[in-house]
Design a protein around this ligand. Structure first.
Ligand code: COA
Ligand code: NAP
Length: 272
């Protein structure tokens, strides 16, 4: 695949970049010439991602860490900056999700998702900031329509991703004067991803999902990668503090009504 973007000589860090949407985004930046680092919990996934990214011909590195561990996140950014220099682009997309009605989410289940998505985003941005190229760096947080559309069986994710978008906006305010732009990308239902396998695990649930999107199709990993690259490119140099849906119109309402449909289809209030 060709790319219209040129990130040659740029240093890109994709947190949660070892599978799905974030790995696709890491590949897109690598194809565009960037040095790409990725991080996630599984050493095997990190190793596989680094090998695959190196196949594009550029440099790549990986860090096995949990974003809930602030010290490990700081260590990774220090190491990355020491190896490759200051960081031009940060994509922060580590997340956890499971569908469950509010009363089927234990306090620890709620906390786990908030700790990964929201606290993890804070850890990542806080650790990255000292190592960002200033001026000129771009941060993209990967959000979700649940951030602004209430969705049944997603109370924990709605709460966490709403917080992520507020982190985006406050960081854009505070860090604009340093020349750091901060934006969120909001993926719609993306084909062949863990997120969709969890939310819509049967063909019927998947069809219901497709029907809920105004464009009547799922998105692709490349749709999200393109948005991350555009937001991080010189063409978007005056764009900051934006929460950008890339979702075929799903966040106009379809995502919210889908929650009810899926709950009915999947048998409502079972815990798992
Ligand atoms: N329904 C209800 N509760 C669930 C659940 C489900 N389907 N899956 C996990 N939980 C609960 C667990 O029971 C536990 O709570 P408890 O201690 O009160 O029993 C809590 O969530 C934490 O589970 P655990 O497996 O220990 O957490 P973890 O930190 O290892 O994993 C998750 C975090 C739960 C978010 C896990 O699904 C994960 O790692 N997800 C990453 C991949 C992913 O979600 N991708 C899609 C991104 S959109
Ligand atoms: P995915 O493949 O499961 O990606 C999640 C990534 O985060 C993985 O690399 C995972 O790797 C990592 N991760 C999870 N918990 C972590 C932790 N505690 N610390 C560090 N890394 C962690 O899921 P996806 O569906 O592609 O989703 C990617 C992003 O898009 C998420 O932010 C999600 O909320 C968002 N999104 C997805 C959709 C969709 O349709 N799929 C829609 C809207 C928004 P490890 O397991 O190795 O940790």
């Amino acid at each position: 695949m060709t790319t219209v973007f040129d990130f040659s000589g740029r240093n890109v860090f994709v947190v949660g970049g070892t599978s799905g949407i974030n790995l696709g985004t890491a590949h897109a930046f690598a194809r565009a010439g960037a040095t790409v680092s990725v991080a996630s919990r599984s050493q095997d996934k990190v190793d596989a991602a680094v090998r695959a990214l190196q196949a594009h011909g550029g440099r790549a590195a990986g860090y096995a860490l949990d974003v809930r561990d602030a010290g490990a996140v700081e260590q990774a950014f220090e190491d990355c900056a020491a190896r490759f220099g200051s960081i031009d682009v940060l994509v922060s997309g580590a997340a956890g999700n499971f569908p469950a009605p509010a009363l089927g989410i234990s306090p620890n289940g709620f906390k786990s998702v908030v700790d990964i998505d929201l606290l993890g985003t804070f850890h990542v941005l806080r650790a990255a900031f000292p190592h960002l190229s200033k001026p000129g760096a771009s941060i993209v947080n990967i959000s979700a329509p649940q951030a602004f559309l209430p969705m049944e069986s997603q109370m924990h994710v709605c709460a966490a991703k709403a917080g992520v978008d507020m982190i985006t906006r406050v960081a854009a305010l505070e860090w604009g004067s340093a020349g750091v732009r901060v934006n969120s990308v909001v993926p719609g239902p993306i084909d062949n991803t863990e997120g969709m396998r969890r939310l819509a695990p049967t063909p019927e649930a998947m069809q219901l999902t497709v029907d809920s999107v105004p464009l009547k199709r799922l998105g692709t990993v490349d749709h999200i990668a393109d948005a991350c690259m555009w937001l991080s490119s010189p063409q978007a140099e005056y764009v900051s503090g934006v929460v950008l849906p890339v979702d075929g119109g799903w966040s106009l309402g379809g995502a919210s009504s889908l929650g009810r449909g899926l709950a009915e289809l999947m048998g409502g209030n079972s815990r798992r």
